[in-house]
Design a protein around this ligand. Sequence first.
Ligand SMILES: [Zn+2]
Length: 160
Amino acid sequence: MPYKNCQHILEDGHRCNRTFGVRTIKSSRTLCPEHERKDISKGAGVRKVQGKQDMMRKFLDELYTFKIDEIDKRLTRMRERQTALDSKIDRVIANFEKLDENFTKMKTLNTKITESLYDKGPEYHDKIQKQILTLNNKIIKIQESNENDKRNRRTRKDME
Ligand SMILES: [Zn+2]
């Protein structure tokens, strides 16, 4: 008696492969008696196609979920970095504006000093000098805060 191996695809994706006897080698039977019975009760082709479709759907679902998760994580990271960068740029711009404003004040005061040397008394001169000192300290503070920003960024990078 000739033998064949069952072609039924099991749920784990492997072939059943069970040996079964056929009357002649030309027999069109491809399934072992157990799977032939199941096939007859459910409809051979339909069941096979449905099984493959189910497997494909499950695979795509998993792939989709995985990809979406990955993309989500990346987007979140990018958004966080963007926000950090934005607020940093805002701070730097604000500092530059403050600096610029103070430099303008400084220039005005310098002009006043020059004028005062000619037109006004030494008391007025002292008053302006004090104002210049205050401004100078402000500018130094702003520059220091810019330096701190740079240092913070370096530290943050090191931690990543
Ligand atoms: Zn089988």
